[in-house]
Design a binder for this molecule. Structure first.
Ligand code: BES
Ligand code: MN
Ligand code: MN
Length: 458
């Protein structure tokens, strides 16, 4: 595999064209209206795996969106890498904030703007192209399996079922995922942990119908006000979460771990400037890197009720709603947290309203090992391709299925992401740098090479 760079150089335009084609599919998993597009995307991914040389490629039906599977076994005695990614994307809303349409990929300033450009189409497709490169350019150093799903952005429930039912087929020595961020291209890094998630919805009901806010206002509890109060009460003056028992299972980091984490390059002024905020906010006693990487949080993702249309309508709404998620850290369990959240809301709700709490989905937090052959292979690959040792970091995001791979298949994961936090994942104008795309395609074959080499020695 001497000619990695040359192969990428020769096929640059095609690699980009194919990614653009993939980005044009509107594979939004949150809204069933996009189902036909989701199915087309899965078929496209399957075809591209076949074209690249994969065997046993299959679009596996589930109760939800299909999972694309493919593999190339060169020698059962050699180690096997299971590549996981997701072809589904977040809804593109709010549409009016996109400079160019979300499903018409556009290049500006060396960056590809499109929904899914970074999360995760741009990133998983690097693996498909790296696989093609290895097949065309000296062969695979180890076995490879692909599992690209279509429901990551909605909790991967059907993938969980698929994994449990396909343990033999998914047997591998490591799971390799590119769906996380690096600190920057100058400071390459590898995430070594992901937060868990518990996603809840709260419905508050006041009177049995919307009321005239003048005729009844002042005499009947307004569910929107009550909901806002309940939400506000869940953080104290130190921005600590007030739900009883919330922190019970959290394992605090040692001083050494905190020190290591805080030694990563981080510029608070740039961080604030990028987001256009005058001040940061968070749990007292922790740095920004600790707050996002190692501490549990509670966020309101959406809140609504009453009249939100054009102009003004005087109304005391019958109902108000909020979608609330909690990010979890090692040793917290998402089912338990969902239960104590529900109990807490039921307890603090005044008698003037009724509350209904439902659980959407969840996933457990994970810490990935840094003393494994696979992690060392990723370190070597990144170091060689970026000319700098990668810094281990803790990511704030969640990929719920990672904990399940470990629990069900007994396989640990390496998170070798090439995105940036500033790539606007889930936001309008999501982007991915073309440079990162090619850099990823060059780095991945090195991972396979070193993983095969180091596995043999160990
Ligand atoms: N790729 C992200 C997770 C991520 C992003 C991890 C950046 C680390 C750095 C993934 O697609 C995602 O958005 N996951 C969801 C969870 C899911 C259950 C909706 C998340 O983190 O909100
Ligand atoms: Mn993702
Ligand atoms: Mn995402």
């Amino acid at each position: 595999m001497q000619n990695i760079k040359a192969y990428v150089e020769q096929n640059k335009q095609r690699f980009l064209d194919e990614l653009f084609e993939l980005l044009r599919f509107q594979s939004v998993s949150a809204d069933p209206a996009y189902k036909p597009e989701v199915l087309k995307t899965a078929a496209y991914v399957a075809q591209k795996l076949r074209d690249a040389g994969a065997d046993k490629v299959e679009v596996c039906e589930t109760a939800g969106n299909p999972i694309v599977y493919g593999e190339k076994i060169i020698d059962p005695a050699k180690p096997t890498v299971l590549v996981y990614g997701h072809y589904d994307v977040q809804p593109p809303d709010p549409l009016e904030l996109w400079k160019t349409p979300p499903f018409e990929p556009t290049i500006r300033d060396g960056k590809i703007y499109a929904r899914g450009a970074c999360d995760d189409k741009g990133q998983f497709y690097m693996h498909v192209k790296a696989f093609e490169l290895m097949m065309q350019n000296g062969g695979l150093p180890c076995n490879i399996k692909f599992m690209i799903e279509g429901e990551e952005e909605v909790g991967s429930n059907n993938l969980g079922i698929f994994v449990k039912a396909n343990k033999e087929r998914l047997k591998a020595d490591v799971v390799l995922i590119s769906d996380t961020s690096m600190l920057s291209m100058e400071n390459p890094s590898l995430e070594t942990g992901l937060r868990g998630l518990s996603y809840m919805e709260v419905e508050v009901t006041g009177p049995n119908r919307d009321l005239h806010s003048g005729v009844y206002g002042g005499a009947v509890a307004n569910p929107a006000t009550i909901l806002a109060k309940m939400i506000a009460s869940m953080h104290d003056e130190n921005n600590h979460i007030t739900i009883p028992g919330f922190y019970d299972d959290v394992i605090d980091l040692t001083d050494d771990e905190r020190k290591a984490l805080n030694s990563a390059p981080y510029n608070e002024e740039e961080y604030k400037k990028d987001l256009d905020v005058a001040e940061l906010w968070g749990e007292k006693g922790y740095s920004t890197l600790e707050r996002t990487g190692t501490r549990p949080t509670l966020e309101v993702n959406g809140i609504w009720g009453g009249y939100t249309g054009e102009g003004a309508k005087t109304v005391l709404p019958s109902k108000a709603y909020a979608k609330i998620s909690m990010r979890l850290v090692p040793n917290q369990g998402w089912v338990k947290i969902s239960e104590i959240f529900t109990k807490h809301i039921e307890k603090i709700a005044p008698a003037s309203v009724k509350v209904k709490v439902t659980t959407h989905h969840g996933g457990e937090p994970v810490v990935t090992p840094t003393d494994s052959v696979a992690y060392r292979a990723a370190q070597k690959a990144v170091a060689e391709s970026f000319g700098k040792q990668p810094i281990p970091t803790r990511g704030g995001g969640s990929i719920p299925i990672v904990a399940l791979f470990e629990a069900e298949l007994g396989i640990k994961t390496v998170l070798m992401g090439f995105g940036l936090d500033s790539d606007a994942l889930h936001s309008p104008n999501e982007k991915y740098d073309i440079y990162n795309y090619y850099k990823g395609i060059e780095t991945i074959p090195l991972f396979h090479k070193y993983f095969a080499e180091l596995s043999q020695k160990s």
